[in-house]
Design a protein around this ligand. Structure first.
Ligand code: ATR
Length: 321
């Protein structure tokens, strides 16, 4: 009996990959560079677990070739694409339709290929092979929801009504700031090496979310959460993403770093030593990918399996250390 139960569990945990054949359909991530992408490692086992004869590939695409790459994937009836640095803003102008998520956050990280059949939009992969239909692209943003979902689930932090210090006002920082505002953050402090960029994001928040108390600069009182959305920490020689002479991690209860390689960045290590509860950005990668798979397949994504596969791919072990 135990053996039977054990083997059932085993079958659930180990996805069965169907052989690549003439009916296999494709997804891919496009980026430049792309060689460190963990997305194929996360998506392929998930697609197999859902019983889909799909494969997820990765292509290094120069930004100037992005229009042709999108056209090529469309002509080859791909299921969908993910886009990573530096394509997310460019793609806003290249897709045929923008989902509200992409309109709201001004960036596209997920593309779905659709066809209109009898006036109804249908995923291309659901068409009969010989069915004639004009294919079009719809762009989504699954990054913004992934930021708050990861913070809520990995740190147990409710954004709504909280006080947050956000470090960074580049592409990722801007989307995080706007998403926190949309989720009802009460007090948002913005700090960026180039403070004019933080001011511009603060101004956008004041216009779109006037109920949020947004200020530029370090807070005098404690914050519930500090988030690193800068790229400082990607290299071992990088400085901490804040000015230690002006602010201390002992004034935060929780710390989140969007960087996930290494698993514990110098920022997270300092935060842990200062007594903060910490989490890195691997959850963001997981949830943006899970949502993309849900958009493409219409199925509930196997989150636990995707998390294990991602951690193994990034850290070499499902324990994620
Ligand atoms: P992304 O799309 O990943 O956000 P980005 O738009 O280039 O990339 O933004 C990088 C962010 O990291 C910016 O906030 C940048 O600060 P500046 O706006 O002043 O350039 C920040 N950053 C990069 N290196 C940094 C460092 N050494 N110290 C502090 N902030 C840094």
């Amino acid at each position: 009996m135990l053996d039977f139960v054990g083997s059932q569990l085993y079958n659930l945990r180990v996805p069965h990959f169907s052989e690549i054949n003439a009916t296999t359909r494709y997804c891919a991530v496009l980026g430049h560079p792309i060689k460190h992408s963990a997305s194929p490692g996360m998506h392929n086992p998930a697609m197999a677990a859902l019983g889909l004869n799909w494969r997820y590939l990765a292509f290094d695409v120069d930004p100037c070739d992005l229009p042709q790459a999108l056209q090529g994937a469309k002509r080859m009836k791909f299921v969908g694409l993910n886009l990573t640095v530096p394509h997310k803003l460019l793609a806003v102008e290249l897709v045929d339709e923008l989902d509200v998520s992409a309109q709201e956050w001004g960036a596209v990280n997920t593309v779905q290929f659709l066809a209109r059949v009898g006036g109804v939009a249908k995923p291309v992969w659901q068409l009969d092979p010989d069915q004639e239909a004009e294919i079009f692209t719809r762009g989504y943003n699954t990054d913004a929801d992934a930021i708050t979902r990861s913070i809520e689930e990995d740190l147990g932090h409710d954004i709504n009504g909280s006080t947050i210090l956000l470090l960074g006002a580049g592409g990722a920082g801007r989307v995080a700031a706007l998403k926190f505002a949309a989720e009802g953050v009460a007090n948002l402090f913005l700090v960026n090496r180039t403070m004019e960029k933080a001011e511009a994001v603060a101004e956008e928040i004041r216009e779109r979310f006037p109920e949020v108390n947004v200020r530029c600069g370090y807070p005098n009182s404690t914050v519930e959460l500090v988030v690193n959305a800068t790229s400082a920490g990607l290299k071992a020689t990088d400085p901490l993403p804040f000015d230690e002479s002006r602010w201390s991690l002992s004034r935060a209860a929780k710390a989140y770093d969007m960087i996930y390689r290494p698993a514990e960045t110098p920022f997270l290590q300092a935060a842990r030593l200062a007594g903060c509860k910490t989490a890195n950005g691997v959850g963001m990668l997981l949830y943006q990918g899970a949502k993309a798979l849900e958009i493409w397949s219409g199925e509930k994504p196997p989150i636990a399996l995707m998390r294990d596969a991602l951690l193994k791919n990034v850290y070499g072990t499902a324990a994620g250390k």
